[in-house]
Structure formats: C-alpha cells, structure tokens
Design a protein around this ligand. Structure first.
Ligand code: 5GP
Length: 207
C-alpha cells in the first residue's frame, strides 16, 4: 500500500472521450478522488454547479489566481479553467489518488510543480473521428467546433510531454488500461519513501 496518493492528470483533445472515461474509472474505484475545476465558462445544459465545475466570474477567478488558490490554470478557447489547491492537497495526504481532467497547458504546469504526477493523454484513432464526436455532441456551434479542432492541431505537437498515451477506440479497454496505469504508478519508489528509508536503516548493520 502506497503511503500517499498519486496525482493523475488526464488530458486529451476536446471530444476524445476523456470525460466519459474519467467518469467510469471514478465510479469503479472509490479510492479515486475527482477534482472539480473552477471556470469562467457558461454552464452547458445539464451541468451542475459544484459537480461539473465551480462556475465563477472572471473577477473571482483572477482573485483565486492572485491568492494562490489554484494548483494550475489556463485560458482555453476564451475562458479560464483552474484546479483548486485545497481539495488536491487534502485528498493526496489522505492517500487518495486524485484525478485531474485538464487541458495541456495546465498539465505541463502540474508536472513542473509535482514531478511525480502521472500525465496521460487520450486520443481518438484519427482526426475525422474527433470532429465527428465533437459535432455529434451537439453542445457547440460549428465555429466553436472548428476552434476546438484548431486547438487539437496545436496540442498534437506536444503530446510527447505526457507519460502515457491512450487510444480511445474501445471505451471498455481504454477504461481498463487507465486503471492499470494508475495501479502501476503506485509502484514508483517515490510513493514508498518511508518503507525504503526503513529498509535502508535495517541494512545499516551490514554496512
Ligand atoms: P469544457 O469547456 O469542454 O468543459 O473543457 C474545455 C477544456 O478545459 C477540456 O480540455 C478540459 O479538460 C479542460 N479543463 C477543465 N478543467 C480544467 C482545469 O481546471 N484546468 C485546466 N488547465 N484545464 C481544464
């Protein structure tokens, strides 16, 4: 059993299906804690305050930035999005694995601040499928979909900054693979620093 939780960052092109994947893994493992982000974006139909996001004004978001309340934040297609720090710190110290579903600029900030964080990128098998998924969602107009496709093009150059790539052509398999990656990340030595220190001390008599 690891001593503290692992910070897991899941990103992917908008429309890659990461929201569905993350929802599934959180339902299937009660040790995972899903961070709820703060955003200045307008709520979409069916979204719930405090569950989907904390929907705030630009002024409140900028206050959160200057108070150091956010682990990371980014501007994505005209709106701010950020991860509240207090929840992440509390869950990690309780041994929970914290899942952040965030975009790329934020993911890279997390890796800089928390080098042990595990960065996972989700992609559909090709760009055509990405556009099809974005259009079929029906929540955005065509101009916004095109903006998101443009953003995907820009992001595609930086996917190698991630630790792992998941190809979402089969949802069940993708969910299974994500569980496995999280499980594996508990086995990095940094997660068991106390145990390693104890073994080192026990071995002192042979030095
Ligand atoms: P959407 O508007 O579709 O809900 O989210 C747009 C993008 O913002 C998605 O790629 C989503 O993962 C990302 N996002 C959501 N919350 C955060 C956050 O707290 N920080 C960052 N950097 N990106 C976020």
């Amino acid at each position: 059993m690891a001593e503290k939780g692992v910070l897991i960052v899941v990103s992917g092109f908008s429309g890659a299906g990461k929201g569905t994947i993350v929802k599934r893994i959180v339902e299937e493992n009660s040790n995972y804690a899903l961070s709820i982000s703060m955003t200045t974006r307008e709520p979409r139909e069916g979204e719930v305050e405090g569950k989907s996001y904390f929907f705030v004004s630009k002024e409140r978001f900028e206050e959160a930035i200057s108070n150091g309340e956010l682990v990371e934040y980014a501007n994505y297609v005209g709106n701010y999005y950020g991860t509240p720090r207090a929840y992440v710190d509390r869950m990690i110290s309780q041994g929970r694995d914290v899942i952040l579903e965030i975009e790329m600029q934020g993911a890279i900030q997390v890796k800089t601040r928390f080098p042990d964080a595990v960065l996972i990128f989700v992609t559909p098998p090709d760009a055509e499928e990405l556009k099809r998924r974005l259009m079929s969602r029906g929540t955005e107009d065509e101009a916004t979909v095109n903006k998101r496709m443009h953003r995907a093009f820009e992001e595609s150059a930086f996917v190698d900054r991630y630790d792992y790539l998941l190809i979402n052509d089969d949802l069940d398999r993708c969910v299974e693979e994500l569980h496995m990656l999280i499980e594996a990340s508990h086995h990095v030595p940094g997660c068991s620093a106390g145990l390693l220190k104890k073994i080192n001390e026990q071995l002192q008599i042979y030095a």
